[in-house]
Design a protein around this ligand. Structure first.
Ligand code: NAD
Ligand code: MLT
Length: 526
């Protein structure tokens, strides 16, 4: 396994990868996009921070990349849909630097309120200008927080310690969560109208780009102080500039910018603006936290296939995996079974979860089913990450249903696939909570293990059929490990499911198909 570290990573992360786990690591920072494209094909994982740009073009050059690990939070430098299409997991470390970023936010707000950077620069230049640096207090003032996730909620807590009233806008958090945080949830316009200080803590996405603009500034109190330690672009810089020059906004504290690195931003010319060069996460503690977290997450995935903190696939922690692992195997193998018995183009799949399955985390089970179904059709490029997209690309309709009734079983997974000409269905369960079993295929009740080399024979229920199959395989040196039968009625249609010790060649399949009373023979590899 080879890992590329393309942005600076704290030493402890490298030690965990190389020394503790024997992973081969190359540290190559500051690569131009063309240089990165030229080498990325050789790596199984890449660890980045905010500098490396993983665009669609760069990702197109990956050959064996399985995972992108962001030591930090923001992923605006990664084309996540492009990574997902290629089946690459994208993960970050949401907890590692949130204290650092929240503390930086509070520091910037206070620095701006009390003009500390301006006063420092003035005094160091030999001037003693006490009257020039009159500030404002935060005590008893209202702080408006936009986005109360990891960092916003810590900012709320620390601001309450400073005896500020905290109001917030976040359409995705519940009233209950707001109560836990002791904050008042308002509309965006009401936050604008009520706050003396406004700080943003959302991701930069389509919906949050220019979230604070000219119209927003007009709705704010005169002299409001604006803080952005999240992402440049959430606040429109041109409009902020105008609002400060007009006196509407009293000051701004900015750690992040629309274009970074930022060295000649017009806002730097305004005395009311305090700035830092994207230092939110720049503490020794935060850098060690994110380096350790991403190194361990990458190892968990590369060595144990455990997915943690992924943004493009549901998390499957070791605990969840232990609980649902056997269901994932069942789902993948039932999907694989159906794909191989279908001689028609699959247009729809119904995935029915019955009984105990309803209490499980069902999304990984659905993804495993799709992965199993699509791999025989599309090859090994299909994985947990891109299974849904691959199904969409093939215009396969997916219907998911949760059903309480389980008949004779405590839990059942039922898959039904349909094409223009035909349809097939398979019912599966777990015996003893771990052993996968097919318990029904189309109209046939059967009990078979969905694993290994299998042949599915459809025949007319007549004496001698099984003996003929045994003799034909025996003559060709193919050993039968197990054999199960099912039939719809005496003398009607029957199926036999045989587990073999080896794969059948085309000639043997033909020989079996030519036997009397045989309707079809299908070879299935699970
Ligand atoms: P998070 O995902 O935990 O929280 C984001 C919050 O924003 C969520 O509660 C979400 O509901 C809310 N949100 C999303 N869209 C919204 C919208 N349209 N309006 C209002 N709220 C919305 O993220 P986090 O870990 O708290 O990080 C917040 C930001 O801080 C991110 O942009 C991240 O990249 C940035 N960050 C910057 C630094 C730095 O060095 N300056 C360090 C760490 C994180
Ligand atoms: C982040 O999103 O984690 C921050 O921008 C910090 C960084 O890695 O520079």
């Amino acid at each position: 396994m080879k890992v590329l570290v393309s942005d600076k990573l704290a030493e402890n992360g490298l030690r965990i990868l190389e020394k503790e786990n024997g992973i081969e690591v190359d540290v190559k920072t500051g690569l131009a996009p063309e240089e990165l494209k030229a080498i990325i094909g050789a790596y199984d994982a890449i660890i980045i921070r905010s500098s490396t740009q993983l665009t669609e073009d760069v990702l197109a050059a990956t050959k064996r990349l399985k995972v992108i690990g962001r030591a930090g939070i923001g992923l605006d430098n990664v084309d996540i849909p492009a990574a997902t299409k290629k089946g690459i997991i994208v993960m970050n470390t949401p907890q590692g630097n949130n204290i650092a970023a929240a503390e930086h936010t509070l520091s910037m707000m206070l620095a701006c309120a009390r003009k500390i950077p301006q006063a420092t620069a003035s005094l160091k230049s030999g001037k003693w200008k006490k009257s020039q640096f009159m500030g404002v207090e935060v005590y008893n003032k209202t702080l408006g927080i936009i986005g109360t996730g990891n960092i916003g909620s810590i900012v709320a807590n620390r601001a309450q310690g400073l005896k500020m009233r905290v109001v917030a806008y976040d359409p995705f958090i519940s009233e209950e969560r707001a109560q836990q945080l002791g904050i008042e949830l308002l509309s965006l316009d009401d936050v604008f109208a009520r706050a003396d200080f406004i700080t943003v803590h959302t991701p930069l996405v389509k919906e949050t780009r220019n979230l604070i603009n000219k119209e927003g500034f007009q709705k704010m109190k005169d002299g409001v102080i604006i803080v952005n330690c999240a992402r440049g672009g959430i606040i429109n810089e041109r409009d902020l500039y105008d609002a400060i020059v007009s006196g509407k906004v009293g000051g701004a504290a900015l750690d992040v910018f629309e274009v970074e690195p930022a060295t000649d931003n017009p806002l730097f010319g305004l005395s009311q603006v305090v700035v830092t060069p994207h230092l939110g996460a720049s503490t020794g503690e935060a850098q060690r936290n994110v380096a350790e977290a991403i190194a361990r997450q990458i190892i968990e995935y590369l060595l144990h296939q455990t997915i943690l903190n992924a943004v493009n696939v549901p998390a499957v922690s070791p605990e969840v995996l232990e609980r649902i692992g056997p269901y994932l195997t069942l789902a993948e193998n039932l999907g694989g079974f159906l794909a191989q018995v279908c001689s028609f183009r699959i247009e729809e799949i119904d995935i029915e979860l019955h009984g105990e399955l309803l209490e499980k985390d069902t999304e990984p089970i659905i993804l495993s089913t799709l992965k199993g179904l699509l791999t025989p059709i599309m090859g090994d490029d299909v994985n947990f990450v891109n299974a849904r997209i691959m199904a969409q690309q093939r215009a396969i309709k997916i219907r998911e249903a949760k059903v309480k009734d389980t008949g004779d079983f405590t839990t059942l997974l039922v898959l039904k696939v349909r094409g223009k000409e035909a349809e097939h269905a398979v019912w599966g369960t777990l015996f003893g909570k771990k052993e996968p079993r097919i318990v029904r295929y189309d109209d046939f009740i059967i009990e078979a293990i969905p694993e290994g080399e299998i042949i599915l024979v459809k025949n007319i229920d007549r004496p001698g059929v099984i003996g003929n199959i045994g003799m034909t395989l025996g003559k060709r040196g193919v050993n039968i490990a197990t054999m199960q039968f099912g039939r719809d009625k005496l003398g009607g249609e029957a199926i036999s499911l045989l587990h073999l010790d080896s794969t059948l060649d085309d000639k043997t399949i033909k020989a079996l198909t030519d036997l009397p009373n045989i309707e079809s023979v299908q070879s299935i590899s699970l």
